[in-house]
Design a protein around this ligand. Structure first.
Ligand code: GDP
Ligand code: MN
Length: 359
């Protein structure tokens, strides 16, 4: 009894509603995937993994976003894979294109330059649209209007372990605004002038939106004393640490806030999403560092997760047993063992103390 499939409307794959199916109480939250039609196989693999490890017990909705309409085969197969309701929406082109004030000649020259110095996706326009979309527009999509939390999923990611809790519930109960699993250093060539812009923004803010006494800013600031031992040295005060946003569980209302929008608009006006290749990860991370209190950010240590080439495998053997993890702790790419990781910085700053109290 499928409803008629169409590319830009809601589809529910089962007549049994999720509230009847649900074994556990749910929060007002959704799983969210921006994805291309040609990534269908990887999308299904990621869904299968998250369904088996978590969502089969909860039946949270899945929302799929695309800059072009989804094909029927995409809608049909992802709806079949989901244990919850599925929704599909096309991103308006105004949220996925270079603003008209972008200097197209400069933009073309910069893409050429970034390609020459071998910046990953240095030539790509769609990648830049994607990064800007995830920085400033995903949370404004109408299909997300009635949700408070989202869990970002990408094609081909894998979840290694049974979830031992509902991360949305923790977000809600502990008043968390932003949750991550992996944190690492950014490639500086993608953001040569980002920090300058952030610095300017902080000066101009004059403490209006930013409370430097009660945020996590120090987590992303270079510590001179240990810089000689650093693998990743930055030309600015920014230590290049960012939360890896391909996994992200966050409160949409944080991104919808005036603070965040002011910050995004300011950065956007610099053109760095296009003239450089600013990623949504440093943008989200710097915003969280400026605007959130230490107790509002959470590192989900017990979640096993892989997005090539890195992964997180819980470090406690007992967790790996209890949660039936399928990960090779000593394997290449474990973020706990890689120099590119920023988890050391996180713990050194005191991130461990901000962890969940009751779980
Ligand atoms: P990476 O993780 O930085 O290598 O970037 P990805 O290629 O994985 O892109 C990040 C997310 O955006 C993934 O969920 C992709 O499926 C999605 N994505 C990237 N580019 C496009 C695009 O042009 N169109 C659509 N619809 N999704 C995209
Ligand atoms: Mn990816």
């Amino acid at each position: 009894s499928n409803v008629k499939l169409s590319t830009n409307s809601y589809v529910k794959h089962d007549t049994i509603g999720p509230t009847q199916l649900g074994r556990f109480q749910r929060e007002n939250a959704t799983l969210l995937m921006l994805v291309r039609n040609e990534e269908l196989a990887g999308a299904l693999r990621a869904m299968r993994s998250l369904e088996d490890r978590f969502n089969k017990n909860y039946h949270y909705d899945w929302i799929f976003l695309n800059d072009v309409p989804f094909e029927d085969i995409f809608i049909e197969t992802t709806s079949a894979m989901a244990s919850g309701i599925t929704k599909y929406a096309v991103v308006p082109s105004s949220d996925w294109s270079t603003p008209n004030w972008i200097d197209q000649d400069l933009y073309a020259r910069q893409r050429e330059y970034m390609t020459k110095i071998k910046v990953l996706h240095g030539e790509s326009e769609s990648y830049r649209n994607m990064c800007r979309f995830y920085s400033g527009f995903f949370f404004r999509q109408e299909v997300l209007d009635n949700y408070d939390y989202y869990f970002r999923v990408e094609p081909d990611v894998e979840y290694f372990c049974d979830f031992s809790y509902d991360p949305f519930k923790i977000m809600k109960e502990q008043n968390k605004k932003y949750g991550f699993v992996i944190s690492l250093h950014e490639y500086e060539d993608t953001i040569p002038t980002l920090w300058e812009a952030v610095d300017e923004y902080i000066q101009e803010d004059e403490g209006y939106d930013i409370d430097m006494e009660n945020n996590i800013f120090d987590f992303i600031i270079q510590e001179d004393s240990i810089s000689s031992a650093k693998v990743f040295d930055s030309n600015s005060d920014y230590n290049l640490c960012h939360f890896w946003t391909n996994f992200e569980i966050a409160d949409l209302n944080f991104f919808r806030s005036d603070k965040y929008l002011r910050f995004f608009n300011y950065l956007d006006s610099k053109g760095g999403f296009y003239y450089e290749r600013w990623g949504d990860a440093p943008i989200h991370t710097i915003a969280a560092s400026l605007f959130l209190r230490p107790d509002e950010v959470i590192h989900f240590e017990q979640i096993g997760y892989k997005h090539s080439p890195y992964f997180a495998c819980p470090s406690a053997y007992s967790y790996r047993l209890n949660q039936r993890c399928l990960c090779d702790y000593a394997g290449t790419g474990n973020i706990h063992l890689e120099a590119i990781s920023c988890l050391q910085e996180w713990w050194k700053w005191g991130g461990g103390k901000t962890f969940m109290s009751n779980y």
